[in-house]
Write a new protein. Structure first.
Lengths: 299, 222
């Protein structure tokens, strides 16, 4: 217990003795991790948006006008039996016309001029979640389009694919920037710890002489790194939260973006804790780098 | 207690110790004499595993220091007390905390630390200075605190490197007497010094080093 108290006190003394360096290290780490956090937040929100869009995707299976009623029933049965299909809704030609008129009342006279209903009957198909990936949807659509009586299979996958490409790009950029800035955070903390080690080199030499083990000597510095990393990442989360709230407030709440402010989200508490843990990990890594170098230089 | 067998140590091209073979028995008090650069400090550093010999073997308390893993060196050092010319006390820690340090690193309980530190400080005569900081002590008191730290965990061997180098003759006599008392309690003592006054005061076995070589012993002075 006394040893633990000693180690904790030594960590605190290290930070207090070099408080200016400690503050600079925490702030620099916070800004560095905040940059990573911005990309992470963007990534999380875009990924969530892509998920909602993917969930919402509906495939329109348009039927040939010449298809008899019993053939339509048979096709419905066939589609319902398909293991990829989650739900199915039949829309007759009349229902399609009714929906068109309801959605575009000012344009309905265009169809009246044609004399007969040009809109085809269709099935609105929702696929099971495990079949909603871009490739599987495409493959399913191709398969169904070959069924006799199907005029066309339509789905709005293209722009979702484009969004997925954007997300993948952001993912790569976030990982790249994350790795570079994490390395920067490790270096910053490593340098701070190195200053502490240098300032206390005589004390470390004495501890070695009186039989202190490597871990006894290292623990205060590893704790210091962990605290620097944890405080830096906590501060970066605070900065991100502030930016996030300002962004939400500044967003227009009417027009095309109405309600969008409720869709964007911040990191969940568990992700916040994980990010603080990552910060601690980076801090410990920074300390470890310095301790290793310092240890190699001294007998 | 100590055995060196054909030990040599070089720094770059310079030979610090050359083919040293010696033995110091348990409970003995030996003086390691020689001018600066003779290899005294190097020899002491070999005994605590701070240096590794280029050739030969070093045994301390039946342990082959040469073959000890780096991770086991701290456990050897816990059995060896060390005293230096420049005291090497931590300036921001009190006398009590300085002396408690060897016990702290071993995970000794708070009660035992308090008891053993008090005993060690009493043994060297600075118990009344326990709350003070090194800067507030005289050089003689600082060296006594350093000795208290070296003996606080009951070492089997006490190594002192020029322990009286910064002290006047009167304090030198006091410190040598202290070493004799510690030795009388069963601890093997090795004092490295260049000072003939220390040799005369100690009046014990003398091992003389010259340019890294051990000169033939001439017997205990009378």
């Amino acid at each position: 217990m006394k040893m633990l108290f000693y180690l904790l006190r030594e960590s605190w003394v290290n930070m207090w003795t070099n408080r200016m360096t400690t503050v600079v290290a925490i702030l620099t780490t916070a800004f560095t991790l905040a940059c990573v956090g911005i990309f992470l937040l963007l990534y999380v929100n875009l990924r969530a948006a892509a998920g909602w869009l993917q969930d919402d995707i509906k495939i329109m299976v348009y039927l040939d006008d010449r298809l008899a009623v019993d053939s339509i029933a048979k096709m419905e049965q066939q589609l319902r039996g398909d293991h990829a299909v989650a739900s199915l809704l039949f829309i007759s030609k009349e229902q399609a016309l009714g929906e068109f008129k309801a959605q575009f009342p000012s344009e309905s006279h265009l169809l009246e001029g044609l004399g007969q209903n040009p809109l085809p009957a269709s099935f609105v198909v929702a696929l099971r979640p495990s079949f909603r990936s871009s490739d599987l949807v495409k493959r399913w659509a191709e398969r169904v389009s070959r069924i006799t009586g199907v005029a066309k299979v339509d789905y709005s996958q293209d722009w979702i694919d484009a969004l997925a490409t954007v997300i993948r790009s952001i993912e790569l950029v976030a990982v790249g920037i994350g790795v570079i800035l994490s390395a920067a955070a490790v270096t910053i903390i490593a340098n701070t710890i190195r200053l502490t080690l240098f300032a206390r080199r005589d004390e470390i030499a004495i501890l070695r002489l009186i039989g202190a083990t490597a871990s006894f000597i290292r623990i205060p510095y590893l704790l210091e790194g962990a605290v620097l990393g944890a405080l830096g990442s906590t501060l970066s989360l605070g900065m991100l939260k502030l930016m996030y709230e300002l962004f939400r407030q500044e967003m227009p709440t009417t027009g095309r973006f109405a309600g969008f402010e409720n869709l964007i989200t911040f990191f969940s508490p568990s992700v916040c804790l994980a990010l603080i843990a990552v910060g601690m990990g980076l801090g410990v890594a920074g300390s470890f780098v310095s301790i290793r170098r310092f240890g190699e230089a001294k007998a | 207690m100590i055995e060196l067998i054909h030990v040599s140590k070089r720094y770059d091209q310079r030979s610090a110790l050359s083919d040293i073979t010696l033995e110091i028995a348990k409970g003995e008090f030996a003086l390691l004499m020689g001018p600066s650069g003779a290899g005294k400090s190097t020899l002491l550093r070999l005994l605590i595993g701070a240096e590794r010999p280029d050739e030969g073997q070093v045994f301390v308390h039946q342990k082959n220091v040469t073959a000890l893993k780096q991770s086991n060196i701290p456990y050897l050092r816990r059995k060896v007390g060390t005293v230096f010319q420049d005291f090497q006390l931590l300036p921001k820690k009190s006398v009590f905390d300085n002396v408690a340090l060897p016990l702290l690193v071993q995970g000794v309980s708070a009660n035992d630390i308090s008891r053993k530190v008090t005993e060690a400080l009493r043994a060297v005569g600075v118990e009344h200075k326990r709350a003070q900081f090194p800067a507030g002590l005289s050089t003689g008191e600082q060296q006594r605190v350093c000795i208290a730290r070296a003996i606080v965990n009951g070492p089997v061997l006490l190594l002192a490197d020029e322990p009286t180098g910064n002290l006047d003759p009167a304090l030198t006599v006091e410190i040598i007497e202290l070493f004799k008392t510690i030795n009388a309690c069963g601890t093997t003592v090795v004092v490295a010094t260049h000072d003939p006054f220390v040799m005369a005061q100690a009046n014990r076995r003398v091992l003389t080093l010259s340019e890294g070589r051990l000169l033939p012993e001439q017997g205990v002075p009378v």
